[in-house]
Design a protein around this ligand. Structure first.
Ligand code: ZN
Ligand code: ZN
Length: 236
């Protein structure tokens, strides 16, 4: 079946359009690394760990992104979003783990040492203001694959609140409050918490832009009892 599909819809590299794979080796090696920054002040930080003075009770503990939001990674993220290419998600998850282990190993080693215990992977739900009614959550797809490859539990613990107002007309504080109201906890998280599984979270999104969505998701999860939360994104 996949053979037939390959003939009808040949795999093309998201970067250079060369046939044969979704993301060719040459383009993968052209992904530009981002500086590792603190998720609060966005200034340089060792390993992407939140500066001690930037730590807040309900704030993120660190941020790691695969690369800069520029081509070829940008076109990979966009292809994933609009075309739902699951094989591409697989490739991106593999590259993420490979680069993560290479450029920022300490968090992965910490997770390995804990044998996955106490760490779960949670995706940021679909962004309602991006008007994606097609129901494909690319962050969920990446999060699921990362959890499988890292041997961690996957929890779809955050739900988008249907009653949130459109973000477009809101300003400043209203906007922030609106985002805060946008997500609610799913009962699965409380269940995990009760079983003692939920301690630390890898919070996965496709792109870090202002970080407001990831910060708000972190806030809700920490209010619910999560201890350490790292934001993991494909691009920044
Ligand atoms: Zn290529
Ligand atoms: Zn900082």
């Amino acid at each position: 079946m996949s053979f037939i599909l390959d003939i009808l819809f040949p795999k093309k590299c998201v970067g250079c359009k060369k046939e044969g794979s979704y993301f060719c080796q040459n383009c993968v090696s052209n992904i530009l690394q981002t500086d590792l920054v603190c998720p609060r002040c966005e200034k340089l930080a060792v390993g992407g760990q939140t500066h001690p003075i930037c730590r807040r009770k309900f704030g993120l503990d660190g941020l790691w992104s695969l690369g800069i939001y520029d081509n070829p990674l940008k076109s990979a993220v966009q292809t994933l979003k609009y075309k739902r290419v699951k094989d591409l998600a697989e490739v991106l998850a593999d590259i993420t783990i490979e680069y993560w282990a290479k450029y920022q190993p300490f968090l992965l080693e910490k997770i390995k040492r804990s044998r996955g215990e106490g760490w779960v992977v949670i995706p940021v739900p679909l962004h309602w203001w991006r008007d994606n009614d097609r129901g494909f959550n690319q962050s969920g797809e990446i999060a699921k694959l990362l959890s499988e490859k890292l041997g961690l539990d996957y929890l779809d613990a955050l739900k988008r609140n249907r009653y949130t107002r459109s973000q477009v007309k809101l300003k400043g504080r209203d906007r922030q409050q609106n985002i805060r109201n946008a997500f609610e906890m799913d009962s699965s998280l409380r269940g995990a918490e009760r079983r003692g599984n939920l301690i630390n979270v890898l919070l996965v999104d496709d792109v870090w832009t202002t970080g407001s969505t990831l910060r708000e998701c972190c806030y809700i999860l920490k209010r619910a009892g999560a201890k350490k939360i790292w934001a993991i994104t494909l691009a920044r």
